[in-house]
Ligand binder design. Sequence first.
Ligand SMILES: *Cc1c(COP(=O)(O)O)cnc(C)c1O
Ligand SMILES: [Zn+2]
Length: 409
Amino acid sequence: MDHVETLECTLCGAEYDPDQVIYTCSEHPGVKGILEVRYDYDEVLDRFDESLDGDVRSQWKYRAFLPVADDVEPVTLGEGGTPILDAPRLGTELGVDLRVKDDGRNPTGVLKDRATAVSLTKAREFGIDVVTCASTGNAAASLAGFSARGGFDCRLFVPGDAPEGKLAQPLVYGADVLGVRGSYDEAYDLSMEVTERFGWYNRNAAVNPFQVEGKRTVGHELAEQTRGEVPDWLVFSMGDGCTIAGGWKGFREFHDLDLVEETPRMLGVQAEGASAIHDAFHGHDDADEVADTVADSISVGRPRNTVKACSTLEESGGESVLVSDEEILAAESLLGRTEGIYAEPAGAAPVAGLRKARDAGIVDEGESVVVVVTGNGLKDTKSGMRAGGEVERIDPAIGDVVERYDGGD
Ligand SMILES: *Cc1c(COP(=O)(O)O)cnc(C)c1O
Ligand SMILES: [Zn+2]
């Protein structure tokens, strides 16, 4: 991998050889030093011969930017290449010039597929055939799907409270689904322990330095798709904080390389019940460690990537906001009914956050905004039912329909 220079600790700057299986920095045990992949951009650009014409079939268009060896066949289901849609009705509702990037259209229904494809391609490169992760649902389902595709054994640690749709999916993909009686944070610690003991490849967000690099492609794609009309704001929800950081790193790289003329300000959205990154960004670190929100994918008490998420907000001149569960569910319904996009709660949270940011005077009227919908609503129909309202019961007779639509006369 001539285009990958080093793995650098985000806390102490220690450097590690990128051609080995490694997770966090060993210089300070106990404290997690997340490793950042550093590239040689001359080498990257030498390899990158695509034209940025807005036509993106999959994220592998940006293979030159991904930390994988040249001779390895990617594990792919065609992830990435999701559309960016004008959202005029929702935009009018929120008083902004709005576009939506619908990443719920990825192969397993979630933006995480971008990262999963990269981590399994790394596992293939390293010759490891058992993979694992801890997840509130989406990462597990994603890993299971791509494992089936690539012929890996997949062993998942899932906290007890994941929505059923997200458990059905990895089961159908044939993974071992181990429901941990405990929180996400406990399932996470367990997955790290087995990784150490058995040498399985661990896809956990944040600690796997390679997997998160796959999330940059949403930033690359956004840069390519908005060239000439880069938005004032780019809105993501935040759980561990890897997604917003990956999206920013990708966009910023394209800007640094003069492939796009400007960068957006990043707006990070968290739930009131899981607000650690927002709290850290606003200078109070006494965040409650027990996460509780309807948006299970961002229900994280101790985010692994607070550092990267906060520097994303800082570097981009961005902000963060909190939204309540009621606001998230209202946004899920609003997004569905104005634009025909069905998001899970964590995917709709950015819409709720944008409304919050408009009310707070963070985002001004008429500014241009791209909201990234990170996950598909079909995985969590229970929340969808809460957001969508009641089914009306009628008799199988014309009279009820006439009464309903004809004002009863
Ligand atoms: C994982 C996930 C997020 C948050 O990503 P982080 O990297 O944890 O911040 C947001 N939305 C959905 C649908 C997710 O699955
Ligand atoms: Zn370190």
